[in-house]
Design a protein around this ligand. Sequence first.
Ligand code: BES
Ligand code: ZN
Length: 458
Amino acid sequence: MLEAVLKTIDDGLPGSLDRLFGLLRIESISTDPAFAPRVRAAADWLAKELVGLGLEASVRPTRGHPMVVAHDRNADHGPHVLFYAHYDVQPVDPLGEWASPPFEPRLVDAGGRERIVARGASDDKGQLMTFVEACRAWIKVAGKLPVRVSMILEGEEESGSASLMPFLAANREELRADVALVCDTAMWNPSRPAVTIMLRGLVGEEFTVIAADRDLHSGLFGGAARNPNHVVAAIIAGLHDAEGRVTLPGFYDGVGETPDGIRAIWDSLGFDAAGFLGGVGLEVPAGEAGRSVLEQIWSRPTAEVNGMIGGYTGDGFKTVIPSRASAKVSFRLVGDQDPARIRDAFRAYVRERVPVDCRVEFKAHGASPGLRLPYDGVYLERARNALRDEWGVEPALVGSGGSIPVVGVLKQALGMDSLMIGFALDDDRIHSPNEKYDVASFRGGIRSWARVLAALAE
Ligand code: BES
Ligand code: ZN
């Protein structure tokens, strides 16, 4: 039966790509309120697609963007799995750096490797559709799925997942399953799949420093008037010491060192640090001194400034002292670092540095702790077998520096563990211009899920 499903997947690949392109055309940018109707359109598109597969699927409102929830109750044995992916995407700026419009997906030949280019191609619509298309093939060939499947597709992952916890808590009974499958992570390299067992958490925080009650002429007032750009710059400059460590008091509480078992797995991976940085045009690791690049991105916490706004940034030149300046800062968390305490520590740090005649405003943008999943267990074992069968090599057990809030929320709200399996590649340019997903990732991902579903039923 599995062989027939795999053949159906290969024969049906053009149709699968067509459907993915349909989803990629919908501009579901969750962080920008102007795109809310398009986020909704993507949810409607998905629900319709899943109903077409014979699933019970609906678009479920939240205080933010909707969830798409689907159930298939036809399987009569095996575990019940809950599949998670997100259908929202990051903003596209800087638009001028895209070689083709971000919401007009194209197939591009890159030296014999075909790629799908569009915003969301990899993160996470392409990955989401690998699972949907695997289900399609199973239903077509066998009339039903090998195990009981439910799905939750989120529309707010890229903007902090504010509705996720309340939604899962309110729908516990409906959504609880034996294991969650999360398809939002990467392969180790193009020929070796990976199961991700560690993620960093995230605290997002925006602060605005306000000085004079209007923008001022920088000649007439400069020298006397406080410049909020300078205040914000000094606050940011003070966040790291000369060793690249974050200076917030208590920031490293609960961080801990990587356990030997995990360190041994990493040492066996043969990570190419120079190639990793070289791939994006860099040479020298800029993080914490005395830590390997793999530690810097997987197991150490960070503070990054993601955006700074203040004064005149348009074409040409304007001599102005702005009345306000702001920055968007994110902290990646590991171990037992407490997101709430880190937010408090950051706010206290900023308040202490805001001079007279200035005030500061804060805005929180989501919080999730770092997490480490068990790397044994029967479902992981079955999934590893399925991945090994598809790719012909032992899947790598990896960490990731990114954050996927749902994994922690599923554990907290429903007591569920997740298997994080994804087929993205490090060079997919997620969150960057010209995002792409290899057709080999898409095809291999669909085939992998077909096998994982079969293996879970064993
Ligand atoms: N899919 C990514 C995270 C990721 C990428 C994990 C590759 C592992 C491998 C996810 O969509 C993402 O970017 N999340 C945001 C979350 C934030 C906005 C709350 C992140 O990590 O910045
Ligand atoms: Zn994602």
